[in-house]
Design a protein around this ligand. Structure first.
Ligand SMILES: Nc1ncnc2c1ncn2[C@@H]1O[C@H](COP(=O)(O)OP(=O)(O)OP(=O)(O)O)[C@@H](O)[C@H]1O
Ligand SMILES: [Mg+2]
Length: 274
């Protein structure tokens, strides 16, 4: 059986800037892979190359054996198999929650109204916002909106879900609800590729963790290795900064005070998510 995702020698340039410098890794069906790494290391670019929101400069991306980077592939059909959840929810503010979850089913999958509505209600209930069908997105909390965005992606019956920091725009007290929906999806066997700064979540849910820095994969493996006992100095430095703000002040005196409050915040978030 082919890997659910197979990324081979993936490069991406923006002009002179080489953002991805040869990325290789795979995700098997039903696996959860979390991608971690410092800001600017290329995590979002990687996800955007996987669903071809960005055209890779070189290399291949295969999803369930279909090479998305093949110029002859039906890219719309292939992309339909992927669900994407971003930091910003991108819901239509003038449509009800129910309509937001129905619209792509109707237009892209050509489902009838009754079926689209049934699937929408089912998925909204699954993510815990079944009572919000008639509300408009601006009337919901960030955490509820993000769960609607997840339901919208699930309604398309994706083979693979891609998440790019789905909780980083949320108030700390709302993060837990979204992570718990993602935890349930993992338990149900959904294949997921997740960029996250939530280390305790990654540790608990990921089958494998990929640490990226400077456009390369520095190390990857099970979370207890990559997060619990990293082999590389760059991984250790990153984790120290994310997990233990007091240490960050030892090696980065300049940015210490601002980094400390931000990191303390995300630590509180992680504690809640547990
Ligand atoms: N469309 C673009 N044009 C030019 N440069 C870009 C473009 N998109 C991203 N970059 C650059 O590529 C690098 C990697 O960006 P990317 O968004 O992938 O990082 P990231 O790891 O997701 O960071 P963060 O954790 O802050 O989200 C950055 O230097 C960024 O400025
Ligand atoms: Mg990013």
């Amino acid at each position: 059986m082919p890997h659910a995702v197979e990324i081979t020698d993936l490069h991406k340039h923006f002009g002179e800037l080489e953002v991805l410098k040869g990325i290789d890794f795979t995700v098997d069906e039903g696996q959860v892979v979390c991608v971690i790494g410092p800001s600017g290391s290329g995590k979002s670019t990687l996800l955007r190359c996987v669903n071809l929101l960005e055209q890779p400069t070189k290399g291949t991306v295969r999803v369930n054996g279909v090479e998305l980077t093949d110029p002859d592939v039906d890219i719309d059909a292939a992309r339909r198999r992927l669900g994407m959840v971003f930091q910003s929810f991108n819901l239509f503010p003038h449509l009800t929650v129910l309509a937001n979850v129905m619209i792509a089913q109707r237009r892209v999958l050509r489902r009838g109204k009754a079926e689209a509505e049934r699937v929408a209600r089912e998925n909204l209930a699954k993510v815990g916002v079944g009572d919000k069908c008639d509300a408009y997105p601006p009337q919901l909390s960030g955490g509820q909106q993000q769960r609607v965005a997840i339901a919208r992606a699930l309604a398309m019956d994706p083979d693979l879900m891609l998440f790019d920091e789905p909780t980083s725009a949320l108030d700390p007290e709302l993060v837990g609800d979204v992570l718990s929906v993602m935890r349930d999806l993992a338990r149900d066997g959904m294949t997921m590729l997740i960029v996250t700064h939530e280390m305790s979540f990654a540790r608990e849910v990921a089958d494998r963790v990929v640490f990226m820095d400077g456009g390369v994969v520095v190390e990857e493996g099970p979370p207890e290795q990559v997060i619990g006992a990293p082999r590389h100095e760059r991984t250790r430095t990153f984790l120290k900064r994310v997990l233990d703000p007091t240490h960050a002040s030892d090696d980065t005196a300049d940015s210490a005070s601002s980094a400390t409050s931000a990191d303390a915040d995300s630590e509180g978030t992680q504690a809640q998510a547990r």
